[in-house]
Structures are given as structure tokens and as C-alpha cells.
Design a protein around this ligand. Sequence first.
Ligand code: PAF
Length: 293
Amino acid sequence: VKVLGSADELSELDALRGPGPLVLVPTMGALHEGHLELVRHARKLGPAVVSIFVNPTQFGPEEDFAAYPRDLASDLELLEPLGVEAVYAPAVDEMYGDSEGVSIRPGHRARGLCGAGRPGHFSGVLTVVAKLFGLLRPEVAVFGRKDAQQCLVIGQMVADLKMPVKLVDVPTVREDDGLALSSRNRYLNEDQRRRAVCLSRALRRARELLDAGEREAAPLRMAMGQELAEADSLEYAEVRQVPDLQENDRLSGRILLAVAARIGPARLIDNMVLEIAEHGVNDSSFFGAGRET
Ligand code: PAF
């Protein structure tokens, strides 16, 4: 895979711009099967570029920026068979320089959920995503549905700042027992890994209640909270409307079941996006066909 490290080298991507869209998969590396699924999806849409950059501005001072796994050689090995056109792996200086620069303030979708527990996080995410869009000028960008609020916050930025990029979200990849793949699963020991499955179990429990006809948010929140008793600490177990993440007591239309909990050293998140229709509950997405972001 061709690795591009500086903005000057990015003109090489111009040769890829053609009848099909140039597709960007932004990542922080430490790639796993979930990322590879994003890349496979991207490749179906057009020539694909993967960015690998552990973005310092989206980590809080007490968070795992220093410990976050970095292994470019093994990331490139995983990408090799997937036919990506290039990997953009800039240094921190290349992206930020050394002065305090412009940053992006997220809109209302960043309030609550991870936005409450991680102040400044979404500003860091939006700032780096806007830089990547400016540098690489993709026509399509592919994100993992597991980072639900991130998808919606980026959707709001793209819509409000009139950015000419189409967003796509790809379903979460799970282990056989339901645990959502995450680079942070590497932090778990055997006991923590066993308990980590309580996040996806909580979501399934809420889905069962919905399938049985429950339409009030409170019993769903309570059921998810009970399943998450196995976590070391619960950050949230919420039900929100999509795309604006408002809290309604009575649920209808597109909803997000979202959980975050700490298991040992790892802060883990998981979610389900569902559509409540007249005759039942269906899996849904953020940027599904024809929908406004
Ligand atoms: O989802 C991630 O890996 C990161 O938040 C992203 C979008 C690459 C921005 O750093």
C-alpha cells in the first residue's frame, strides 16, 4: 500500500478522481475486522483512501492518548489485500502545527451521551475530520455505526457547513458472543472481556422489549441499566431519537439505544439504531438511502 505522509504528496490522489467518487475511510489505526469492513464497503463505492492518525485533540487529559495502540506496519499488512489506493498517515505537526489554531464547535447533537462524559471530544473529532476532508477532498466518507453520536455530530457539521461530501455508515462488526469490535478491547483481561458482553446484552434486552410492544423509554433504560450491573461503572444507558438525539418519553420513528460503561481500564460504547414502524421494529442506519444527515 502506498503511504502518504505529508500534504504535499496528496496531489497524487488527483489521478484517482474520475467518474467514480474518491472514498475516504478515516481511522485512528489499530485496525480490526470492523475497520476492514468499512474499507471493503468503501472499495465497492470507488477508489478508497484510508487515513490513520491518532488525533490528540479528541482525547481528554485523563484519557488514553499515550496508551492508544499504534502499529502502522501491522495496519498496512491488514490493508494490503483489500486494494486500497493509499494510506494517509500524517504526523501530529503536519495536522496541527504548534500554535493554537482554528477548531470546530459541534452543534446540539454533541450534548449528552459521550459529549457529556468527554468534554471537548467532539470538537477534536470535527476539527480533524474537517482537516481530513480539506486535505483529501473525498466525495464519500465512510464511518462505523458503532460510533453513533460521532456519526450524527459529523452529519450535522457536513450539513451545516455545506461540505460537499456524502456520508455512509457501516454496521458494527461483533464477536460471536455479541461484543462490538473496538481497538480498546485490547485493554481487557480475561475476566473483563467476559463481562464486556453486558453492553451488547443490554441492547438486545431493550430490543426484545421493543419487539414485545414497549414504546416508553423508561422501562428500556431500566432494563439496559440492569444488564450493565456487570460493568465496573455505568456511564449511560439511554434511548434517544435520531438524528437530533432528543429524549422523548414515548418512542416513535428512528431511535438510538446507546450504552457506555467502564470495564477495567476500558471505556466501551455500543448502540443499536432502530426504526419503530407501525407493524414492528426494524434495524436502521444514520445515513440510509435518501435520508438527510
Ligand atoms: O472514529 C475514529 O476512529 C475517529 O474518531 C476519527 C473519525 C478517525 C477521527 O479521529
